[in-house]
Design a protein around this ligand. Structure first.
Ligand code: SF4
Length: 227
């Protein structure tokens, strides 16, 4: 079971230790452009993320805190600059465990902490941004992907009805808590049948700015077809 990993491509800095805690590639969204395996029959087929990571991230169950800490202690390198809690799926479904990991890491290592998330954690828990700040999270990258609720529902197909307002509030909360906050959009995804076209990059940047996110903190991720 792979709990910690590094990217095996030269494009990614090698001084980031990634931590995977997500069982069964679980997410509370079902984005049209997502390349994670979504059904059991896809669990062991190749996908873009695991190919880049050079390992399978399939976990039958979320590892215990003890298992995670043991893996971190064993694999962290003195030259590591960052510990990033990211897997295939949504890590903040496990917010209480994430908080404990962050606290442990900050107490024991001088390292930046980061989480990549769909930003819907407040659909499950309360005051998540404050809890993350108190656990000393340094940076968060939140998938926003749309400039209005209608497009968001079409693109990301969230499981929770109030996903869009909760997402926007979470972005603002993270900023207000002074966590270094980035938002991301998948660009150049086109689906004629669903009338989806995510190529208007200027609109994305404008919308992010309206939420208080500076242009340099907007990540535009080019859509890559599944392999
Ligand atoms: S939020 Fe991320 S992991 Fe979840 S379905 Fe969307 S792209 Fe996939």
């Amino acid at each position: 079971m792979t709990i910690t990993y590094r990217f095996s491509t030269p494009i990614y800095p090698s001084n980031i230790l990634y931590v995977n805690i997500i069982p069964n590639y679980t997410c509370i969204n079902n984005c049209v452009f997502c390349s994670r395996p979504r059904t059991k029959k896809d669990f062991h087929k190749p996908n873009i993320y695991e190919t880049k990571a050079g390992t399978s991230l399939y976990l039958k169950k979320s590892p215990t805190l003890k298992e995670i800490i043991t893996e971190i202690n064993y694999n962290i390198d003195k030259n590591d600059k960052e510990l990033a809690i990211i897997g295939l799926g949504e890590p903040l479904i496990h917010l209480p465990k994430v908080i404990q990991i962050l606290k442990y890491v900050k107490k024991n290592y001088k390292i930046k902490t980061r989480i990549d998330t769909n930003g819907l954690v407040d659909c499950i828990y309360n005051n998540s941004a404050k809890k993350l700040k108190n656990a000393r999270l340094d940076e968060i990258r939140i998938s926003l992907n749309a400039t209005n609720e209608k497009d968001y529902l079409k693109l990301c197909r969230p499981k929770y009805k109030d996903a869009w307002p909760k997402l926007l509030k979470f972005i603002k909360d993270c900023k207000n808590e002074e966590i270094n906050t980035f938002v991301s959009f998948v660009v150049d995804y086109k689906n004629k049948k669903m009338k989806i076209d995510t190529s208007n990059k200027e609109d994305f940047v404008r919308f992010a700015k309206s939420l208080g996110i500076k242009k340099e903190k907007v990540i535009l991720r080019k859509y890559l077809k599944p392999i």
